[in-house]
Design a protein around this ligand. Structure first.
Ligand SMILES: [Zn+2]
Length: 340
């Protein structure tokens, strides 16, 4: 099969790789219908996370089940499925509590590499959710978004306790931040402030349900949020970037007693204990338990209540995977969808 491999900084290639096979009886093999490039794929692509050997890339996927192992009970060949970027058994106490990304047997899908024609999914019954029938092509981008960015934005909004009567601020205007805006809208938030300085992303944020746009960053951004909230700060703030500045902006934009949901993968961040002490806010975050939300998200997408697939503003054949990385690296695209 053809699959994407990262060789080093800025060097991603599509190459012939061995077809994946059933290694454990709980595995499934998918024929990928669509995959995509994640903002987190850019960390190794930019050399910020070192690449020591050629590495399969991609952890977001939708596809059709080709084959299942002997212990798979519910997932069947021929089904169209959406899966989380963490494989999980969905039965252990951590999964049962809704934290499947930290399953006692969690497996990172990035190790398998979904930017490819075929994909091995461990723990298939726990990880995959089938759609009611084969989807029409126009639903595929939205279903793909549920695999990571929508589920992650949703967790961010849930962790920030977005809900009726709440003012929610979202730090970060990448695909996850935009999906957090959409999630906050679905959760009934009264006011949703998107922090963005890019015109195309502001437009999508407004379409997804933002009521206000703040272009300022850092301390100016915090001051602007305070100004919009009677000097108090937002009830709920989603951090969807993962830098020192964005996390401090999120914490300081939150009113005392409010909630920060943080879903950006941190790089080189240090929090001051006294800043945390005086912030007097709830902090909740981590790798999103996307599997918890998949059935509900698939239902909303299937019934055309939400259209998160709009975050894909570039669609390329898998052969042009390198261009997908370049376009996102250079911020020419919010998110690139790849068709094998
Ligand atoms: Zn588990």
């Amino acid at each position: 099969m053809q699959g994407a491999m990262l060789y080093g900084t800025g060097d991603v290639r599509l190459e012939e790789r061995p077809d994946p096979t059933i290694l454990e009886p709980t595995d499934a093999i998918l024929r990928i219908s669509a995959a995509c490039v994640c903002g987190s794929d850019l960390w190794p692509y930019r050399g910020i996370d070192p690449v020591t050997q050629p590495t399969p890339m991609g952890h977001e996927y939708v596809g059709i089940v080709e084959e299942v192992g002997s212990a798979v009970r519910h997932i069947q060949p021929g089904q169209f499925v959406v899966g989380s970027f963490w494989a999980s058994d969905n039965t252990c106490p951590i999964c049962q509590a809704g934290y499947q990304s930290r399953c006692v047997d969690a497996r990172p899908m990035g190790a398998e590499g979904s930017q490819a024609q075929l994909l091995r999914v461990p723990l298939a019954d726990g990880t995959l959710v089938a759609t009611p029938e084969l989807p029409s092509d126009e639903l595929i981008p939205s279903l793909l978004s549920a695999s990571d960015v929508l589920g992650t934005g949703w967790f961010g909004a849930a962790a920030a306790e977005a809900g009726p009567g709440k003012t929610v601020a979202v730090v970060g205007d990448g695909a996850v931040g935009l999906c957090a805006v959409l999630a906050a809208r679905q959760m009934g938030a009264e006011r949703i402030i998107a922090m963005s300085r890019h015109g195309d992303r502001q437009t999508l944020a407004l379409e997804f349900g933002a009521t206000d746009i703040v272009t300022e960053r850092g301390e100016e951004g915090v001051a602007k949020i305070k100004e919009l909230t009677d000097g108090l700060g937002a009830h709920s703030v989603v951090e969807a970037v993962g830098t020192q500045e964005s996390m401090m902006q999120a914490i300081q934009s939150t009113r005392a007693g409010g909630h920060v949901g943080f879903v950006g993968v941190f790089h080189g961040m240090q929090l001051s204990a006294m800043d945390l002490f005086w912030a007097t806010v709830h902090l909740h975050g981590g790798p999103a338990p996307v599997r918890q939300y998949l059935p509900g998200l698939i239902d909303l997408i299937w019934n055309r209540k939400i259209n998160p697939g709009k975050v894909f503003d570039l669609t390329l054949p898998l052969e042009q995977v390198a261009e997908g990385y370049r376009a996102m690296d250079e911020r020419r695209a919010i998110k690139a969808l790849l068709l094998p």
